[in-house]
Design a protein around this ligand. Sequence first.
Ligand code: GLN
Length: 190
Amino acid sequence: MKVGVLALQGAVAEHIRLLEAAGAEGVVIKKIEQLSDIDGIVIPGGESTTIGKLMRRYGFIDALRDFSGQGKPLFGTCAGLIVLAKEIEGQEEAHLGLMDIKVARNAFGRQRESFETDLAIKGIDEHVRAVFIRAPLIEEVRDGVEVLAVYNDEIVAARQGHLLAASFHPELTDDHRMHAYFIDMIHQTK
Ligand code: GLN
């Protein structure tokens, strides 16, 4: 099983490390031609405006919509979640616009810019250590979206079929269970 990590900006090596710990082959994706070679892709954290701009420049918007249209799974973390969303609070345009969620960027306020907590995630047995860095939250989920995790009454992880999204950074710990969950999703869709 080969899982790509979109490498335009953001935390790439950390995702590769945990995908490999969870038993997949991690592939650094820099060109759209590489997409035909992988079974799923992670869109990492970073800065969503920058990632979106680079995606447009290198043809990733259409290529990843096509990838998704083939039923291949995508996992967006933090900025990657924003990139997946159909609606971004206060912005006219979405990026990939694939997932039926509305997100708010930098939603945890100043004092809580960065923090860690133990989160209960549906489908994973024990709590997962979650690192939030200027994180977005999911303000609304629409039909077909399953809420996987909530923090202080706010939705911080969700799934819609072959799409997975988390507000936090599962790649910044040594815990690979979120990546294992994504790899299971890929197995289910194959
Ligand atoms: N605040 C960033 C954004 O809006 C996301 C932060 C992150 O990925 N850690 O794009």
